[in-house]
Design a protein around this ligand. Sequence first.
Ligand code: DX5
Ligand code: ZN
Length: 231
Amino acid sequence: MSNFRIAPSILSADFACLGDEVRAVEAAGADMIHFDVMDNHYVPNLTIGPMVCAAIRPHVKIPIDVHLMVSPVDRIIEDFAKAGADLITFHPEASAHVDRSLQLIRDAGCRAGLVLNPATPLGYLDHVMDRLDMILLMSVNPGFGGQSFIESTIPKLRAVRARIDAHQNAGGSRIRLEVDGGVKVDNIGRIAKAGADTFVAGSAVFSAPDPDGGYRGVIGRMREALAEASP
Ligand code: DX5
Ligand code: ZN
């Protein structure tokens, strides 16, 4: 199996039948379910919480990747851990104590990650690399699906890839590099070349028309583009 992971974001799924939707993307070859949590406070939109995470958990075997766009962060961590989240990421600006929030996630038995917005500097990573299992770079401003990929994410990915490689070469544990926003079949190869190994795709997957093979078709074309991009 390749090192690349594709994580469809259910933000663009049909919320009236989420169980069917997550089963369908798992059957179509998804590696993870990306679960976008918005609070109408940290971001200007309101979505789904731990009860919905617990409701979909029995429908799939693949990990659930919970992306918290909420402030405060800490109180909701345990609820998501109990609801079956495997990985929990949050935005450092949304937490008063980033190191504590990262510890809470691992203490709850989940893998932990930080999410950096397009204009958020990499300095937030400086003192917490050993607490991270994932770094997620936003390639759109958080809040909505269906936005266009922001190009400045490409050099930022290269810079984070260099930090992760240095950390791992110095004996640090593995950190995945995820990208979220505007990922499509026609740009995923470039994004992989810049250093990402995990790809969130919402509208690209869930809007895929049936004549083009639906979810399986688009995930397959993404894998082909990734295979072409890998050395
Ligand atoms: C945006 C969310 C994304 C979003 C991506 O705030 O974090 O996960 O669903 O959607 P697309 O792939 O349509 O840009
Ligand atoms: Zn997301």
